[in-house]
Write a protein that binds this ligand. Structure first.
Ligand code: GLU
Length: 303
């Protein structure tokens, strides 16, 4: 059974910092099947808000690859790099409400801070009560408070004490770009996304996103965090670990492996691809069969 019982909207939101690898294909497939199984819409959003790390040629390649695999999305692809005015508008709302503050700390000044749940330093609050004398503001941070809990449809109940586990996060970076946490909350709300299916590597961001949604009086989507694909050494397949891109000329074995990864039975034919694969996968899709694990190691040849 889909985990929502009304017409809903899901999305796949790749960052064009490399080509699609097996891990990102799993996220695309899981979000697609859950959305379509609910009879819902499925959107693709290009998360190139971090413009220095993004490349238009990767964005084009990701869309071509999704198409070659047989994914069909609704509406035009939303592109974050074209939305800074909208982010600015929401940021101003937060600024006027006193929910964000300027921070003058440099990266090197934060190296002594303890790492939080996502490995990044927990901001020690140096500039929270005002910029120390002589320290110019560089970035803008969100003032986080209290604990956020949510029920994840795959990973179960999650709670995070924001000040202790992640700390005040940057929403507007020192280089003038908006941060992922800001863009994703605004975009999910503007696109009426009401269920988010993505990799469990992002689960530590969800409490911050819910906190921000509440501050802005935006609805909170339902969340499902899929296991992430890791290599034999336990490292997440990613552009950073140079995971091999999926082969768009031969989708069948990759789709088959991604389906198995997500708990679907083995497809009836080895070479099932395109519309036939999706018809079969939709008929068998069940979010409650997705392994309730944060990570699954996969064989070298698929990675
Ligand atoms: N752009 C993020 C990534 O590629 C995904 C963000 C999300 O799904 O919220 O890892």
């Amino acid at each position: 059974m889909p985990f929502l019982d009304h017409i809903s909207c899901g999305r796949f939101a790749p960052s064009p910092t490399g080509r699609l690898h097996f891990g990102s294909l799993v996220a695309a497939l899981g979000s697609y099947l859950e959305a379509r199984a609910c009879g819902g819409r499925w959107l693709v959003r290009m998360e190139d808000v971090d413009t220095p790390r993004s490349r238009p040629e990767y964005a084009a390649d990701i869309l071509r690859t999704l198409e070659a695999f047989g994914f069909e999305w609704d509406d035009e692809v939303m592109v974050q790099s074209r939305r800074s005015e909208r982010y600015r508008e929401v940021f101003e709302q937060l600024r006027v409400a006193g929910a964000v503050y300027p921070c003058g700390c440099t990266r090197s000044e934060l190296t002594a801070a303890l790492p939080g749940v996502d490995g990044a330093p927990v901001y020690p609050g140096t500039c929270r009560a005002g910029l120390p004398a002589g320290k110019p503001g560089r970035a803008w941070r969100l003032r986080v408070e209290g604990e956020v809990a949510f029920a994840d449809a795959v990973q179960g109940r999650q709670t995070q004490h924001l000040p202790r586990e992640v700390g005040d996060c940057v929403l507007l970076r020192a280089d003038g770009l908006f941060a992922y946490q800001m863009a994703v909350v605004v975009d999910d709300a503007d696109q009426c996304v009401d269920h988010v299916v993505r990799g469990a590597d992002l689960i530590h961001s969800t409490a911050r996103q819910i906190f921000l949604q509440r501050l802005l009086s935006l609805p909170t989507p339902a969340y499902a965090h899929l296991p992430v694909a890791v290599d034999a050494a336990g490292l997440k397949l990613s552009k950073q670990t140079r995971a091999a891109p999926v082969d768009a000329r031969d989708p069948a074995p990759v789709l088959r492996a991604a389906a198995r990864f997500l708990g679907l039975p083995a497809p009836p034919e080895r070479r099932l691809a395109g519309a036939e694969f999706f018809a079969w996968a939709l008929a068998h899709w069940r979010l409650d069969r997705v392994p309730r694990l944060a990570a699954i190691a996969i064989q070298e040849k698929i990675a």
